[in-house]
Structures are given as C-alpha cells and as structure tokens.
Design a protein around this ligand. Structure first.
Ligand code: RUQ
Ligand code: CUA
Length: 863
C-alpha cells in the first residue's frame, strides 16, 4: 500500500530530473542490478548531496568512550570532523601541543590527568531558549567533567572538573540564556574526598546539581561564581531547564529514592533489585534564580573543596526545592518548547508522564504539600501535578519535538522504536522501527524553544547485522528518519567507528559561522595573541640557561629556521606561527620520536615543548600536505652533548660547476624571474583594474598573494649581495627562492583572478565562438585545457602575460619555433617538457582564437 503512494512520487522525481528515456532505462537497470526498490531510490534522492553542495544542517554527536564530539552534515550524513575533547586527538595536535595540553590538564581530577572520557550530552548555547550556534557544551559521564567547545574554531577551549560530585550524568543542560549549565550527579557519594563507609549512606553520601556559571562574553565557565545544590542520595538522572512560563526553574529526576545500597558480596540482593522496589521515585523541582541569590550569602552554603554547596535546608527555607513523585526509575526529562509541560520518560514504566508546570506552580504558591521526605523537602501531589499519562510502549527514554505544536517523538529502548505522539491531547500518531535499541534521539533544533522538525535521528545502541562485520566490536548506528509526512520513514543508516554515540543536537547551518583563518599570532585555545607570535623576519632562537625558545614561522613551503642545535638536557619550546592568510593553508609540525605534534592553521601560533634528553639528529617536517613542495618543508633538530668532542666536518662544496657555467645559470634564472614577474604584474594589473577589493573572497586571496610577493624584496637583496661578493652559487639559490615566491604569488593570484572573472562574466561573440571551434579542431586542445594546467600551460591570461599580448600570441601561433629561445618560453618548455608545435593555422583562424582567448580572459573561472 505504501508503495502505491510512493510510486507516482518517484515518477514525478524522475520526470523533474528531466531524465531522457535512455537514462531512465539505465536508472531501472541500476536499480535492478543493485536490488533497489523505488522506496530505496526515493530515500537516496532525499539524502544524496551532490559534490560541492553543502548540507542544510549540522549535527553534533557525542563520541561516547572516544571522549570526542562528532560533527556531520544532515541530510547527507557526511562526517565533517571529530573534535578532541576529553581525549588526545593527534590531527588537531590536541594533547600534543602546549596550549591543548593545558586544557586537558584543566581536566585533571584531584591532580591526576585523565585522558579518556565518556562524552555524553552535547548542548548548544541558547538565547531565549533558541540555539545560538556559538558554543557546544558536553559532559564526561565517567569522570565528572564539563567541556566548552568554541564554534568559531570548533576547538575545545575549557574543561572543568566537578569539585564535589564524584560522578555526574544529567548534564550539561543549559538555561534559556546560557546563564548556567546544569550538571546533575548520578552515583551518590560523599562531597568530601575522605573515606566514608556505605553504612553512612543516608548521612554522608549525597546527590546534587552543580550550576556552572557561564560567562558568555568570555566564552568560559566562571568556576568562582558556580555552585552546587545539595540533594538527597536519590541517584539523580537527567535534567532540563524550564523556559517561558517555567523560566528560572529546573527539573531533575532520580531512580533510587529507596536509597538502597546493594551488597551482592555480602549476600544481599543487588542494586538493581532494591532501586526499583518502590512504585515511585522523585522529580526534583528547583528554582535556580533563587539559588543564585542564596549563593551570595555565606549562611546558605558550605564551602567544600573550595566550592560553594547550598544546603538542602537553605534551599527548602527559600522555597526553592520541591519533590514530585514520578513512576519508578524514569529516564529522560524534557521540557516542551513552550515551557508549559514537562515530559518524563518511563523507562521501566511503559507510560510517558506529562507534568503541567502551571499546576505545579499553583501547588507551590498555595504551599499545598502531601508531606516531606526524610531530608525535609516538601512533596507535591503526583495526580494534581499531572497533565496526563500515555502508554507508548516498552522502555520510553527520551523525547524530542517537532516544529508542529504538540508533536513529540519518543525513543523506546526495549521495543526499538520511535513513537510520534501528541502531548496535548495524549494520542499516539505513528511509530517506526529502528535498528536496534535506541537511546537518545533528536529532531532538527528539537530541544530548543523553536524546533524545526524535518528529520529525526535515532542513536542506536546496537547495530548487530546492519553493516559489514568488523569483528566482535560493531560500529555504532545513526539512523536518519524523514518526519515530514504523517508516516515516519528511515532513509539512511550511518555507521560510526567511535564510541557509543550517546546523544546529539542539530542546528541550521546558517547559525554556524566559524572563522576561516585566524588573526596573525592567535592562540586559538585562549583566543588571545600568543606570546610566541613570530612574524616574517623575527625568526630566532633564544637561550636562557638551559631553556631554549625557538621562534619559528611556517609558510609555503618552508619552516624557518631549518636547522636548530641545542644541548642535551635543554628544555626546548618551539613556537610555530603560520604566516599564511589563504583559507585551508594549514601546516603541521612534528619531530621524530618526541611525541609532539602541532596543527597550525593560517594565522595561528602554537607551541610544543620537550626536554632534549637524548643526543642525536631529529628530522622535523610539515605534516599537512600543503603545497607541491610540501615534502621540502622540513628541517633538523640537533641535540649535542656539550661535554663531548665531535670531529670537525668541512662543509662539502655544493657546486662543482665552473665560474662560467654558474654565471650562465645565474643569468638564466634572472631572465626567468623577470619574465615570471611580468606575468604577476599583468595579473595584478587585471585585479586592480577590476577593483578586486570590492569582492571579499577575491580580496582574501589577493592579500595572501601579496604576502608571498612581499617576501621577494629581501630575498632579492640577499641574492644581489651574494652576487656582489662573487658567491654566484648562493646568488642562484636565493634567486631560486625568489622564483618560489613568485610561483606561489602567481598561484594564488591566478586563483583570485579566476574568481574575479567569474564575477565579471560576459557573453560570447560570434568571432570568439568560431575561435573556440578552431581551438578544438586545430589541435590546440590536445595540450591546453582552458582553466587548468595540463600537458601545456593554462591559456587563461595568456594575452596579458606578454607585452603587446595579442600580437605576441598571434606571432607565436603562426611560427612558434622563432620563440624557443625567449627566456619565458624556454622556461615553459623545460617545465612542461614539450614545445609548442607549428599547427599551420590560417591567419583568420588565429585571429578568431585570439577573440576566443579574450573571451576566456573575460570569463575565466566558469570552466
Ligand atoms: S542518558 S540513553 Cu546516559 Cu543520555 Cu539516556
Ligand atoms: Cu606545510 Cu606541508
């Protein structure tokens, strides 16, 4: 039946793609060969994202035991990045450079560095309950820590560890304006660090919720102004902050109000038996705005491990803490987008319980309680707080919301399903099977005040038989579900080879605006200027006792300095600044055997530090494939023992050429350089004439080209000085370097030019159309591809490369052999290992070709 509905739609899709008979035949053929149904093809069309096209939404998923965050695009499900958070990540230099080591050290627990984490719940920063796309927060369940990721750089910039809670799970949940980040305890333990036996459970073991104060303008958690609310040892679980009418309040549930303490080893029934004995546990309802006020007056809190803990008594006296019974051992708590209702996932109960905040508030205001727990916390009546309860199926855990008011999606762990239901009139609308055993789920911006709907994502705990087997440890499974029609449909399975993809959040791509490059000398982990910032010409080695500081720069395609000598047992810090301004021109830095690595994005300064405790020669190199001469981007660190005597080696003469030969070589490179320079000047002329600065993307490339070009003056001066001194060999090498700078300038300059030409495209004249024909029929296209370098040079800009360009190109095509000795042409012949042959073209054809080339120049970039 479903097929009948889908089939006409597919025909429509195919028609809309205006496939000719033949290609729809081949579509049928491929479907048959691959065993695909119409439904499969439709799912493919919904997720397929052509090369070069970007996704509409970002997903940020936890990486579970990998301690990372996974970033991917929706609907393509293409993975974009793994962000190192609680675990070292070599690609980003995370944990291998000094700045990131400091972040990981901040994550130490009682002085011990912990380099793994169970990353759990990612959540966005919010304004008015809507996602802002500025920051992501994520907690580590294994070790009680919370991390801040700055989405300007997609880097972890802070990790704080909880000073009093020994294990947290219900975090980090964000208040509607990111005032606070909630982190609720799970396994109760004493706040202090000393030994306490289990017999003292009710007395000394405690649960709690830490309210981390977030300083939005600094983008950091303010540990000093953060505090914890003491709670009974009920094993708190997930939490959520109120919004709209429930703004200022927060909700945390629990699963051991029995306060059962287990003891299998003593012949007692296990934790699991005793913790689910009672029919109800407690939903904690507390007012963080009142708690914030209490945290300003020392009579309301104790200071434990340097951290304020607001006592249960103080919170109760200030009418800031209440309990409501909830069906036993629940799981998720999710506030509806309008902030009016609170949905509790039953877990062991097959119902969802929906609480009405207005009713709760009324009971609180009327001080209408059914009693107090043994810690003196007032208890509200369950029935009087409820909006309703609805049976969904087995193991309801988490809920996310649709753009349509009243519609929610809830995961069923035991049934392996997502249920779509209406929480206003309490009706089940649809269900879809997922594979298998779903935990969290998400819909686009689904946990914000303004969900967008569109897709749901199921985070499945098991993948069992879904993918090619890779041993007993299976990949994780994210499933994409189309929720735009009444019937939900799974349209994509994405395996992830990392830890449990515990939870995720998604956001419109329009809200994420990362930096493309950094301001020169930025320490990206702090956002400040780095003390080790090194500009071109400032490269140096400084020594202070046994402390050596190397100020290094990186730019295509060399590291400066290229040789560094230190003494054994020196403490060495190398600061590396990437001088590039061009987008994606990252350089990396690694040294053999020292366990250091840096990723240096354009403009960034990073430092690496090590003790040179072993004598020897240690090659270093750029670890990002950054340019054609990437392999040459290298150098050596020498560690010598100051107490040892080494033989005296004479430098081997580099060149065995005669003076006359050297002079000839020198003249040749001079000629090449001046010819190359006029190419650059013509490009520059074109860019300036066409006001490149009006186009920001073009301008960025032009600026970068000028940086390369700017290095030429000094280099040329060195070449001239060497030549004057009679050291022609040195002069040649420096002139070669001038040429390197020119090539890089031309490379970026031509890229800029092509971009600009795209902006200025014009239609083709009849003469240029004829020229294009002649270009192909006359054989030119055998070697030249317009818009790219192939067996011959790119002809884009060829008319501008030479003085009197049109005449030159005309003459050259008519009789190329006359120009074989022209220095520029000669360099080209050598570069391509090919001579331009005489194609015996007619004058008219050549003129048309020139018209075509003019059009190419005017419109380059559209190829
Ligand atoms: S909680 S699977 Cu660990 Cu996020 Cu519900
Ligand atoms: Cu820089 Cu490779």
């Amino acid at each position: 039946m479903k097929f009948n509905v889908k089939f006409p739609l597919l025909c429509f899709v195919i028609a809309a793609m205006s496939l000719c008979a033949q290609s729809s035949d081949s579509l049928q053929k491929i479907m048959k060969e691959r065993g695909l149904s119409e439904r499969d093809v439709l799912a493919a069309v919904k997720t397929y994202t052509p090369s070069g096209v970007k996704d509409q939404y970002y997903a940020f998923s936890s990486g579970g035991q990998s301690g990372q965050v996974i970033v991917y695009g929706i609907p393509s499900m293409r993975i974009l990045k793994y962000i190192g958070v609680f675990t070292p990540e070599p690609w980003q230099g995370y944990g291998y450079d000094e700045e990131s080591k400091k972040i990981l050290e901040g994550a130490s627990i009682r002085g011990k560095q912990v380099t793994w984490g169970d990353s759990h719940h990612p959540n966005f920063s919010e304004k008015n309950g809507e996602y802002t796309g500025d920051f992501i927060f994520i907690n580590d369940k294994a070790n009680p820590r919370t991390a801040v990721i700055d989405l300007k750089t997609f880097e972890t910039v802070q990790i704080v560890s909880n000073p009093v809670l020994k294990n947290t799970h219900g975090g980090p949940f964000v208040t509607p304006n990111t005032e606070y980040i909630l982190d609720a305890a799970q396994l109760a333990a004493p706040f202090e660090d000393d030994y306490v036996p289990i017999e003292a459970y009710e007395d000394r073991f405690r649960g709690g919720v830490t309210l981390w104060k977030f300083d939005y303008s600094k983008g950091r958690i303010d540990e000093k102004n953060s505090f914890t609310l003491e709670l009974p040892p009920y094993m708190q679980d997930l939490s959520d902050a109120g919004k709209g009418p429930s703004y200022g309040w927060a909700f945390t549930n629990s699963f051991n109000s029995e306060m059962y303490t287990g003891g299998l080893e003593r012949g007692l029934p296990p934790f699991e038996a005793g913790m689910s004995r009672n029919d109800v546990d407690f939903l904690h309802v507390y007012n963080w705005q009142t708690l914030e006020k209490l945290s300003k007056d020392s009579k309301n809190y104790k200071v434990i491990n340097g951290h304020k803990v607001i006592t249960i008594d103080a919170a109760v006296n200030a009418n800031a803490l209440f309990l409501i019974p909830e069906p036993k051992s629940p799981h998720g708590v999710d506030v509806t987008p309008d902030g009016k209702l609170i949905i509790i996932g039953g877990k062991l109960d097959s119902h969802e319980s929906v609480y009405d905040f207005a009713k709760i508030k009324k009971l609180i205001d009327a001080k209408e309680f059914v009693g107090k727990d043994s810690y003196g916390i007032p208890i509200l009546d369950l029935q009087k707080s409820l909006h309703g309860q609805l049976e969904l199926g087995l193991g309801p855990l988490h809920t996310t919301f649709d753009a349509v008011d009243g519609i929610a999606y809830t995961s069923l762990y035991v049934d392996s399903q997502i249920v779509k239901w209406n929480y206003r009139d309490m009706k089940v609308l649809d269900r879809v099977n997922v594979n298998y055993n779903i935990g969290h789920l998400d819909s686009i911006e689904g946990k914000s005040a303004k969900p967008l709907g569109k897709y749901a994502i199921a985070l499945d705990k098991l993948s069992i038989d879904r993918f090619l087997p890779v041993g007993p440890l299976h990949p994780q499974n994210h499933q994409l579900i189309d929720i735009t029609s009444p019937k939900m449909e799974v349209i994509y399975d994405m395996p992830i080879p990392l830890g449990e993809p515990h939870d995720m959040v998604s956001i419109s791509a329009k809200k994420i605006n990362p930096l493309k490059t950094l301001q020169m000398g930025t320490d990206s982990r702090s956002g400040n200027r780095h003390e080790g910032m090194t500009l071109a010409g400032q490269e140096r080695v400084e020594r202070n006792g046994n402390k050596v500081k190397v100020y290094m720069t990186a730019i295509r395609s060399h590291l400066n300095p290229e040789h560094v000598t230190v003494n054994k047992d020196d403490e060495v810090t190398i600061y590396i600044t990437n001088l590039e301004r061009a987008v994606d021109e990252t350089h990396g830095f690694g040294i053999s055997g020292l366990n250091i690595h840096a990723s240096v994005e354009p403009g960034r300064t990073v430092s690496v530090k090590f003790k040179a405790d072993k004598e020897g020669v240690f090659p270093y190199y750029c670890t990002e494939f950054c340019s054609a001469l990437h392999l040459e981007m290298m150098g050596y660190l020498y560690v010598k023992d100051p107490n040892k005597k080494y033989p005296d080696y004479k430098a081997v003469a580099i060149s065995k050429l005669s003076k006359g030969d050297l002079e000839k070589e020198y003249q040749k490179i001079i000629a090449t350089n001046s010819a190359t320079d006029s190419v650059i000047q013509s490009v520059v002329g074109f860019l300036q004439k066409n006001k490149y600065e009006k186009y920001p993307a073009v301008k960025q490339n032009v600026d970068d080209a000028f940086v390369q070009y700017g290095s030429i003056k000094d280099t040329k001066a060195k070449a001239d000085a060497a030549y004057k001194k009679g050291d022609i060999n040195q002069a040649i090498l420096w002139e070669m370097q001038v040429w390197q700078y020119m090539v890089k300038t031309a490379d970026v300059g031509l890229r800029a030019k092509a971009q600009l030409e795209r902006e200025l495209a014009t239609p083709m004249s009849t003469a240029s159309k004829r020229g294009e024909d002649a270009f192909h029929t006359g054989g030119c296209s055998g070697c030249h591809v317009v818009g790219q370098v192939s067996s011959g040079p790119d002809l884009t800009g060829v008319l501008l490369r030479h003085e009197n360009g049109e005449q030159f190109v005309y003459d050259f095509i008519i009789s190329p052999e006359k120009y074989y000795n022209n220095p520029y042409i000669d360099a080209m012949i050598k570069a391509f290992n090919l001579r331009m042959p005489n194609q015996n073209m007619k004058a008219g054809e050549v003129k048309d070709i020139i018209e075509y080339l003019k059009w190419v120049d005017e419109n380059a970039g559209i190829y």
